[in-house]
Structures are given as structure tokens and as C-alpha cells.
Design a protein around this ligand. Sequence first.
Ligand code: LFR
Length: 465
Amino acid sequence: MKAVVLAVDLGAESGRVMAAEIGDGINLREMSRFINKPIKKEGHLRWDMESLWRGILEGFTVAAAQYGDLIKSISFDTWAVDFALINNEGELIEEPVCYRDPRTEGLVDSIETEFGKDTIWKHTGIRNLPFNTVFQLLALKKSAPEKLKQAESILMIPDFLAWKLCGVASNEWTNASSTALASPSGQGWDLDLIKKIGLGDLAIFDKALTKSGIELGTVSADIAEITGLKRDVKVLTCASHDTASAAALTPAGAGQVFISSGTWSLMGMISEQPLLSKEAKEANLSNELAWDGRSRPLKNIMGLWVLQNCRRTWNEEGGADWSYPELVDVARSAADVDLVLDVDDAAFFEQHSKENPYADRVVKWFADRGVQIPADEGNISLAVIKGLAHAYANTLKEIEKVSGQKAQAVTILGGGGRNELLVEMTAQLCDCPVRVGAHEATALGNAVIQAFALDLIKREDIAKL
Ligand code: LFR
């Protein structure tokens, strides 16, 4: 083993600190794993940053005890679009709000009416998804403009965690590209757009963006003391948007389509240029940035979120204890129906709640279309998994059309690859080979970019992992 890098990888359901042992290949070992559960606080659904930070420090402590001097660097990747605002005293202005909070309701319509339907797309290559940072900032401007005025930095969640670890405030470019406020080719914040939509008087956009694989600083004295990490451990940027870290593992070559399948399913490709045609816009593709500055056109599909929340209905309300493999087993023996569940229906965006139980929404979706499905775990799970596989196959057709390229293969990266029924159904529906890539793709991509930045692996080896 030549060295160890620590990949902190937070997803919407759980977070983990992984130690990546770098030798001839890369081995990931879990140092800590913790639940991520947003909490309702001061009127909004917020990420519980304190409890996440505790889980992260626990992982650092375990890793420091196990690997000592071998640890060379740390980097963070998380979901995108959410942010922390920091004032000029270096304080957090408020706990970051979760993108599933309904605060942006109605804002897409009002921005489209005032500035035209395609303004944001034309500037950024990003589609108008209501949870995007741009709409969250506009919501905050309406409800608490003083908070925005006080802010000196906007830090996306991984930027914020890196800042807590080394004191350096930066805006890593893959995550910045998800805000719908930056140019699609990595040149930085789009100040014309920012001015046009009324956010131009803010101090938060005066920093240049930071590339992936750059050294920000080293671990602070306080954290070194608490965890046992050495002071000279570097804090690096990886592709801090989790999907961009996973997409770094897309096999090289033309026609390679990835699905980063976790809470969301992000289906897309790596492209030399952003895809900005009318067809790309109509297919609702967003041109986010890849770690190396190329483009990462992709589509958001609601993903395993739907199954995760059905499971919450059964486990939290019904007192059951279903695991995902058990749900796949009962789905296999359920009766099939002809109608395909639209997993992207807006009814499925908000998380499960006692008042609006999630599994019931699936049954209702069918009932609204004249089909009664049995309201048991097997039938509902089957409907969800089948609906997701159909969403993948339909999106593949759109990607092929927009890119003008026949897909050579689809690689399912992330936890979704463990769901054998989903993989089988996807393979049946897609007109090209479907393969399963790394299950821990977001953490692995994070580690690989660190290893590349430290000169421990070659660029051409990244796509082979
Ligand atoms: C996946 C992901 C998606 C992004 C969504 C919200 O974890 O990062 O790429 O659209 O979360 O941030």
C-alpha cells in the first residue's frame, strides 16, 4: 500500500467516511457510516449538519488510529444544489435548508413569466428544476433578504465541510455547475444572469471557481487534536458533486452512458461540449460539469428515492423491518400490471410523512388511472422498480437522439447496481449492453480524483476502475 486517502461521501439517506488504500489498485474500507435525516427547524426542512459532522469526525478518528502517517489527503462529495451562507465574521448564517423543503414553490413559474422560459437554460445549460440553487436563493431573497445581504460566501455543502476542516472558502466547479448560476463550460459564475434575475448586488459571487483535484489547505489544528489526524494531511477538492465523482468512472469511449443510481438516478454521458440544442432542452437534460472540465449532460430521474420512501412507510408506520433485498424478493413474486408507474410524477418528490404516507401515493397513482393494484409490499415494490427501469430506457432513447450517438453500453454506478431486479429489467428494456459498475461509485470517484491529484494514479487508469 503506497498511501491512503479519505473520501467523505454524504448521500441523502446516509453518509460515510471511506479509507481508500492505494496500491496496485484501490481498495475502499469503511471507517464510519451514519444516518442522514433532515430535521424540521425554524420553519424549514434542514440538514442536520451537527450530527453529520460528528459521524465524519468519528470516521477520521478511526482512520487516524488505523493508518496514521499513510493518510495523505481528504476530500468531500455530497448531493448538489444546497448551500451554507457564511458572514464576514466566519459564521454560519443559518443551518442549510434541504432541497426537498417546499420554499421554492411557484418560483419557476414566476421567473419564467418575468424573464422568459429559457433564460436560465441559455446562460447555464441547466433546466429549471424547482430545487436548484438559483430558486432557493430567490426564495431566501423573498423571505429573509437580510440573510443574503450579510453573506460573504456561498459554500455548497462539500465546500462548507472542507472549510470547516481547513478554513479555506472555495467554490468547487462541478457543484457550482448544479446551481444554475454558472456558465456551462466552467468559466465561472454567470454574472449577467445573476444581475438579470436580481441577485447581482450580492458579495457571494465574487470568487473564481476551483477545479476538482486541487489542494485547498491542510487539516486544522483543532481537528487534528480531536481526531489524531496529522496536521499535514491535505484537504483537496474532488468532484464535490457526488454525481460528478461517480461519472468520473464512466468507461472511456464514444456512446458510453452512465446511470448514477442512488437516491436519485442521474442518467447521462460525458461530452466534450455541452448539449444545448432545442432537443436537449426539450429532453430536460442539464449540462453539469465533469471533474476535468468536460460537460456532463444528464437527466434527473426520481430514482430509488421512491423505494426508500415506500420502505419508510412500511418500517416506520407499519413497524416492519424490510431490507432492500427482501423487497426485491417479494417484488419478484408479485403480479405484474400493464400500466407503468411514472416515478417522476411530482406526487413522489416530497418525503414520506405520517399525514401523506408514501406507499399509498403509489396505489393512488394507479387508482387515478383506473387500475387497482394490491397495496402490499411486493406489488408496490415491483411497480416502482419497473417504473424506474422504464424511465431509464426512455431516457436512453432521448440521450441517443440528442447526442446523435447510438449507445454502446449503459453502466449502472452506485447502490442501484445491487438491485438485481432493476438491473435485469433495465437490461431487458435497453437496446444495448447494460453493465454494473462500482457500488460505491461516488466514494470511489472521490478517492480516484484525490489519487490523481497526488500523482498516485494516471489519468487513463481512472476509467478502468
Ligand atoms: C444525487 C444528486 C443529484 C442532484 C440531487 C440534488 O445525490 O447530487 O445529482 O440533482 O442530488 O442535489
